[in-house]
Write a protein that binds this ligand. Structure first.
Ligand SMILES: [Zn+2]
Length: 254
Protein backbone atom coordinates (compact mmCIF):
# COMPACT_ATOMS: atom_id res chain seq x y z
CA UNK A 1 0.00 0.00 0.00
CA UNK A 2 1.31 3.48 -0.88
CA UNK A 3 2.07 5.59 2.15
CA UNK A 4 0.55 9.05 2.44
CA UNK A 5 1.38 12.10 4.50
CA UNK A 6 -1.38 12.48 7.07
CA UNK A 7 -3.80 15.33 6.32
CA UNK A 8 -4.74 16.11 9.88
CA UNK A 9 -4.11 15.29 13.50
CA UNK A 10 -5.98 15.80 16.77
CA UNK A 11 -4.43 16.22 20.20
CA UNK A 12 -6.76 15.36 23.10
CA UNK A 13 -5.53 16.32 26.58
CA UNK A 14 -7.03 17.17 29.95
CA UNK A 15 -5.62 20.65 30.52
CA UNK A 16 -4.45 23.78 28.77
CA UNK A 17 -0.62 23.36 28.63
CA UNK A 18 -0.55 19.50 28.67
CA UNK A 19 0.04 19.47 24.91
CA UNK A 20 2.72 22.15 25.13
CA UNK A 21 4.57 20.14 27.76
CA UNK A 22 4.01 16.78 26.10
CA UNK A 23 4.17 17.18 22.34
CA UNK A 24 4.50 20.80 21.15
CA UNK A 25 7.64 20.07 19.09
CA UNK A 26 5.75 17.34 17.26
CA UNK A 27 2.75 19.65 16.81
CA UNK A 28 5.03 22.37 15.39
CA UNK A 29 6.55 19.83 12.99
CA UNK A 30 3.10 18.67 11.82
CA UNK A 31 1.77 22.18 11.20
CA UNK A 32 4.99 23.26 9.41
CA UNK A 33 4.51 20.28 7.09
CA UNK A 34 1.01 21.50 6.22
CA UNK A 35 -0.88 19.05 8.40
CA UNK A 36 -3.94 20.52 10.09
CA UNK A 37 -3.85 20.10 13.86
CA UNK A 38 -6.77 20.55 16.24
CA UNK A 39 -6.59 20.49 20.02
CA UNK A 40 -9.39 19.15 22.19
CA UNK A 41 -8.99 20.33 25.81
CA UNK A 42 -11.24 18.28 28.10
CA UNK A 43 -11.34 20.43 31.25
CA UNK A 44 -12.07 24.08 31.91
CA UNK A 45 -8.83 24.70 33.86
CA UNK A 46 -10.77 26.07 36.81
CA UNK A 47 -8.78 24.67 39.73
CA UNK A 48 -5.02 24.95 39.24
CA UNK A 49 -4.07 28.13 41.09
CA UNK A 50 -2.66 28.76 44.54
CA UNK A 51 -3.26 32.53 44.23
CA UNK A 52 -5.80 33.46 46.94
CA UNK A 53 -7.07 36.31 44.73
CA UNK A 54 -7.87 33.96 41.87
CA UNK A 55 -11.39 32.69 41.25
CA UNK A 56 -12.43 29.72 39.11
CA UNK A 57 -14.31 32.01 36.70
CA UNK A 58 -11.23 34.22 36.17
CA UNK A 59 -9.00 31.19 35.80
CA UNK A 60 -11.21 29.55 33.14
CA UNK A 61 -11.04 32.72 31.01
CA UNK A 62 -7.29 33.09 31.50
CA UNK A 63 -6.44 29.46 30.68
CA UNK A 64 -8.53 29.54 27.51
CA UNK A 65 -6.88 32.77 26.35
CA UNK A 66 -3.39 31.34 27.04
CA UNK A 67 -4.24 28.12 25.18
CA UNK A 68 -5.50 30.09 22.18
CA UNK A 69 -2.30 32.18 22.22
CA UNK A 70 -0.21 28.98 22.25
CA UNK A 71 -2.35 27.65 19.39
CA UNK A 72 -1.53 30.76 17.36
CA UNK A 73 2.21 30.26 17.92
CA UNK A 74 1.96 26.64 16.75
CA UNK A 75 -0.32 27.39 13.79
CA UNK A 76 -3.23 25.21 14.89
CA UNK A 77 -6.42 24.93 12.88
CA UNK A 78 -8.71 24.92 15.89
CA UNK A 79 -9.01 24.48 19.65
CA UNK A 80 -12.12 22.80 21.10
CA UNK A 81 -12.88 23.20 24.81
CA UNK A 82 -15.10 20.48 26.26
CA UNK A 83 -15.38 22.36 29.59
CA UNK A 84 -15.48 19.45 32.05
CA UNK A 85 -14.60 20.66 35.57
CA UNK A 86 -10.86 20.66 36.20
CA UNK A 87 -9.49 17.98 38.58
CA UNK A 88 -12.72 15.93 38.48
CA UNK A 89 -12.29 14.36 35.04
CA UNK A 90 -13.50 10.76 34.70
CA UNK A 91 -13.30 8.40 31.73
CA UNK A 92 -17.10 8.60 31.52
CA UNK A 93 -19.37 7.70 28.62
CA UNK A 94 -20.19 11.38 28.36
CA UNK A 95 -16.52 12.34 27.88
CA UNK A 96 -16.02 9.47 25.42
CA UNK A 97 -19.08 10.66 23.47
CA UNK A 98 -17.84 14.24 23.32
CA UNK A 99 -14.36 13.25 22.16
CA UNK A 100 -15.75 10.81 19.56
CA UNK A 101 -17.98 13.61 18.30
CA UNK A 102 -14.92 15.83 17.69
CA UNK A 103 -13.09 12.93 16.04
CA UNK A 104 -16.04 12.48 13.67
CA UNK A 105 -16.23 16.24 13.06
CA UNK A 106 -12.52 16.74 12.25
CA UNK A 107 -11.74 13.22 10.88
CA UNK A 108 -8.08 13.13 12.04
CA UNK A 109 -5.63 10.55 10.67
CA UNK A 110 -3.55 10.71 13.86
CA UNK A 111 -4.89 11.17 17.40
CA UNK A 112 -2.41 12.03 20.16
CA UNK A 113 -3.36 11.70 23.81
CA UNK A 114 -1.97 10.97 27.28
CA UNK A 115 -1.16 7.57 28.79
CA UNK A 116 -4.40 5.97 30.07
CA UNK A 117 -2.97 4.27 33.18
CA UNK A 118 -1.01 5.26 36.24
CA UNK A 119 2.71 4.88 35.51
CA UNK A 120 4.36 4.10 38.83
CA UNK A 121 7.85 4.17 37.39
CA UNK A 122 7.84 7.94 36.90
CA UNK A 123 7.40 10.90 39.16
CA UNK A 124 6.41 13.14 36.26
CA UNK A 125 2.96 14.67 36.79
CA UNK A 126 1.88 13.62 33.35
CA UNK A 127 2.23 9.96 34.40
CA UNK A 128 -0.06 10.21 37.35
CA UNK A 129 -2.57 13.08 37.28
CA UNK A 130 -6.03 11.50 37.35
CA UNK A 131 -7.30 13.96 34.71
CA UNK A 132 -4.53 12.89 32.32
CA UNK A 133 -5.35 9.22 32.87
CA UNK A 134 -9.08 9.87 32.33
CA UNK A 135 -8.46 11.91 29.16
CA UNK A 136 -6.23 9.15 27.72
CA UNK A 137 -8.68 6.37 28.53
CA UNK A 138 -11.70 8.22 27.14
CA UNK A 139 -9.79 9.22 24.00
CA UNK A 140 -8.55 5.74 23.14
CA UNK A 141 -12.08 4.40 23.70
CA UNK A 142 -13.45 7.18 21.49
CA UNK A 143 -10.95 6.29 18.75
CA UNK A 144 -11.91 2.64 19.00
CA UNK A 145 -14.71 1.75 18.78
CA UNK A 146 -16.97 4.79 19.32
CA UNK A 147 -15.88 7.07 16.45
CA UNK A 148 -15.90 4.09 14.09
CA UNK A 149 -19.27 2.49 14.87
CA UNK A 150 -22.32 3.83 13.06
CA UNK A 151 -24.85 2.56 15.55
CA UNK A 152 -23.13 3.92 18.65
CA UNK A 153 -24.54 7.33 19.58
CA UNK A 154 -27.03 7.77 16.71
CA UNK A 155 -27.34 11.44 17.74
CA UNK A 156 -24.05 12.05 15.91
CA UNK A 157 -25.42 10.62 12.66
CA UNK A 158 -28.40 12.92 12.97
CA UNK A 159 -25.95 15.85 13.14
CA UNK A 160 -24.25 14.57 9.99
CA UNK A 161 -21.14 13.36 11.87
CA UNK A 162 -20.23 10.18 10.01
CA UNK A 163 -18.18 7.29 11.43
CA UNK A 164 -14.44 7.76 11.14
CA UNK A 165 -11.48 5.38 11.35
CA UNK A 166 -8.41 6.96 12.92
CA UNK A 167 -5.22 5.56 11.33
CA UNK A 168 -2.84 5.94 14.28
CA UNK A 169 -2.94 6.78 17.99
CA UNK A 170 0.21 8.22 19.61
CA UNK A 171 0.33 8.10 23.39
CA UNK A 172 2.31 10.67 25.42
CA UNK A 173 4.01 9.51 28.63
CA UNK A 174 3.92 5.79 27.85
CA UNK A 175 6.57 3.84 29.79
CA UNK A 176 7.37 1.77 26.68
CA UNK A 177 7.60 4.27 23.79
CA UNK A 178 8.29 2.98 20.28
CA UNK A 179 8.33 6.29 18.37
CA UNK A 180 10.76 9.19 18.77
CA UNK A 181 10.23 12.40 16.76
CA UNK A 182 13.20 14.68 16.10
CA UNK A 183 12.00 18.03 17.41
CA UNK A 184 15.42 19.74 17.28
CA UNK A 185 14.33 22.26 14.60
CA UNK A 186 11.22 23.10 16.66
CA UNK A 187 12.64 23.52 20.17
CA UNK A 188 12.37 27.35 20.09
CA UNK A 189 8.81 27.51 18.76
CA UNK A 190 7.88 24.74 21.16
CA UNK A 191 9.09 26.85 24.07
CA UNK A 192 7.45 29.97 22.65
CA UNK A 193 4.13 28.05 22.73
CA UNK A 194 4.71 26.88 26.32
CA UNK A 195 5.55 30.46 27.33
CA UNK A 196 2.02 31.55 26.43
CA UNK A 197 0.77 29.68 29.50
CA UNK A 198 1.88 32.61 31.61
CA UNK A 199 -0.30 31.78 34.63
CA UNK A 200 1.13 28.26 34.80
CA UNK A 201 4.83 28.94 34.46
CA UNK A 202 4.97 32.10 36.55
CA UNK A 203 6.53 30.30 39.53
CA UNK A 204 9.76 29.75 37.59
CA UNK A 205 11.76 32.15 35.45
CA UNK A 206 11.38 31.85 31.70
CA UNK A 207 15.04 30.86 31.39
CA UNK A 208 14.66 28.06 33.96
CA UNK A 209 11.53 26.77 32.26
CA UNK A 210 13.31 26.67 28.89
CA UNK A 211 16.33 24.90 30.40
CA UNK A 212 14.02 22.31 31.98
CA UNK A 213 12.10 21.74 28.77
CA UNK A 214 15.33 21.29 26.79
CA UNK A 215 16.65 18.84 29.39
CA UNK A 216 13.51 16.66 29.16
CA UNK A 217 13.68 16.53 25.41
CA UNK A 218 17.42 15.80 25.54
CA UNK A 219 16.76 12.90 27.93
CA UNK A 220 14.06 11.55 25.63
CA UNK A 221 16.50 11.83 22.68
CA UNK A 222 19.19 9.82 24.45
CA UNK A 223 18.08 6.58 22.72
CA UNK A 224 18.39 8.27 19.32
CA UNK A 225 20.85 10.33 17.28
CA UNK A 226 18.66 13.43 17.73
CA UNK A 227 19.50 16.39 19.97
CA UNK A 228 15.91 16.89 21.15
CA UNK A 229 13.07 14.40 20.82
CA UNK A 230 9.53 13.66 21.94
CA UNK A 231 8.49 10.06 22.38
CA UNK A 232 5.20 8.21 22.05
CA UNK A 233 3.71 4.77 22.07
CA UNK A 234 2.56 4.51 18.47
CA UNK A 235 -0.44 2.29 17.82
CA UNK A 236 -0.99 1.69 14.13
CA UNK A 237 -4.51 0.75 13.03
CA UNK A 238 -3.97 1.47 9.33
CA UNK A 239 -0.54 1.20 7.66
CA UNK A 240 -1.09 3.94 5.09
CA UNK A 241 0.45 6.88 7.02
CA UNK A 242 4.02 8.12 6.52
CA UNK A 243 5.34 10.37 9.30
CA UNK A 244 6.69 13.52 7.60
CA UNK A 245 9.85 14.04 9.66
CA UNK A 246 13.05 12.46 10.86
CA UNK A 247 11.92 9.84 13.36
CA UNK A 248 12.90 6.59 14.96
CA UNK A 249 10.32 3.83 15.16
CA UNK A 250 11.08 0.59 16.96
CA UNK A 251 8.60 -2.22 16.33
CA UNK A 252 6.99 -3.33 19.55
CA UNK A 253 8.02 -6.80 20.68
CA UNK A 254 4.35 -7.68 21.34
ZN1 LIG B 1 -2.31 18.55 33.04
Amino acid sequence: MDKNQPKNAMIVVAHADDAEYGCSGTVAMLTKKGIEVTYVICTDGSKGSSDPEMTSAKLIKLRKKEQLDAAKVLGLKDVVFLNYPDSYLEPSLSLRHDIAQEIRRYQPNIVITTYPSRNLSTHHGIGGHPDHIAAGEATLSAVFPTARDRLTYPDMLKKGLLPHNVSEAWVIGAPDPNLWIDVTPYIDISFEALSQHRSQIQSVTKKDAFTRMKRWRQDVASETSFTYAESFKRIIMDESIEIPQNYLYKESSL
